[in-house]
Design a protein around this ligand. Sequence first.
Ligand code: SAH
Ligand code: SF4
Length: 441
Amino acid sequence: MSLRFHIHTYGCQMNVRDSEAVAAMLAAAGHVRAEGEEDADLVIVNSCTVRQKAEEKAVGKVGNLIAAGKIVGLAGCAAERMGEEVFRRLPKLHFAVGPRQLWRIPAIVAEFESAPPGRRPRRVLAVGAGELPRGLDAHLAAADGSFAAVQSYVTVMVGCDNRCSYCIVPSVRGREWCRPETEIVAEVKCLAARGVKEVCLLGQSVLRYRGDGGRAFPHLLRELQEVEGLERIRFTSAHPAGCTEELIAAYRDCPKVCRHLHLPVQSGSDRILKSMGRRYDRAEYLDAVARLRAFDPEFALTTDVIVGYPGETDEDFEATRSLMEEAGFDNAFVFKYSPRPGTRAAEMADDVPAAEKERRDQVLLADQERRGLERNLRLVGSLRAVLTEGPSKRNRERWSGRDSGNRIVVFPPVDGVSVGDEVKVRVAEAHAQILVGEVVK
Ligand code: SAH
Ligand code: SF4
């Protein structure tokens, strides 16, 4: 029997890629994508647990879907964290699958289908490590035309061996494991042959990647630079320790590698960075920034910051503020600290009051809004090479795309330009989050 399925995704890019892989596996097993969640028989909620709020959202969503009479599976990091407990919180949930067991979903679904009519089949919990990671390139199997044509995520590493004090990722995604270089290159070639122009390499800390013979990440970039048809290479996330001369040399030699780095800083206070176990201090972080900007003054930098970490004083917070100004971030994601079970930080008192976390969050967002505008204003009059993504989300009459620095560039559509084309746009207007201009022939 074929089911109409829908996947609802929360959280990071890894989850987006995981959901694509699950969708492709279900399609390969004969199921069909529903238009949306309303007309689906089976809905999978791929969840995040990095903050308590994220987990609550996914659990709430599952509750609503069960009430609507769907077959529901909870996938991803929240399922992994909750384990057995998930069926106490959601007694009518059909199955729960952690991020390292997603490849089992088609078989689990088949079991549900073969249950005798009127009998509720046994619910299934699939969490834990299993053997080697599986299903990393399962999205390639999508033969139903639903495949993203211009951009694609590519997993290069799974898991994380860093033990940042606040972070639950290592416990739900397991030990760090690097995919062999040959496999990654083969996947990217296959994607490029299908018309993918841009890949984004994914890992929790990709600059720690080690390929054959212990070769470092920049070598992988050099290999991917050679892939015919591919135009852009991005990767995320990065750690300042990986911002070596070897990486900068790869940037210099590989024009396909985009001039943007997402370099989470988390805090600007040495005391807090130490407690977080981030393994760099403020000076080392700013040094990495300086080297990237010395290589290319337009190099775009984005970051993640946590406010209200245990013991964060006003002074620590001001240090974060000043670091953000010194680094000149083009964009920043600010998160209010949320204690996660089993992490080292969860043993410390969560002593910054919620209202103060909120205040710090707002202050950083306002700073970033102004800084983003200032940085974008410098680009007015410049020409950006933009990979066209199609009609803009906010204004369907305009098209949008991104420049090498991952800046969103919006322009009126012109004849002869289609999705996936690279165009040159002259910037006429700058806003904090977007650049506006016109295509130059
Ligand atoms: N591996 C990535 C980050 C993955 S989690 C890296 O280290 O670069 C994404 C972001 O969520 C983190 O960068 C951090 O800013 C935030 N985060 C993680 N745990 C958190 C917590 N307990 N509370 C609030 N924010 C958190
Ligand atoms: Fe979490 Fe740190 Fe690993 Fe990122 S590097 S996933 S923040 S433990």
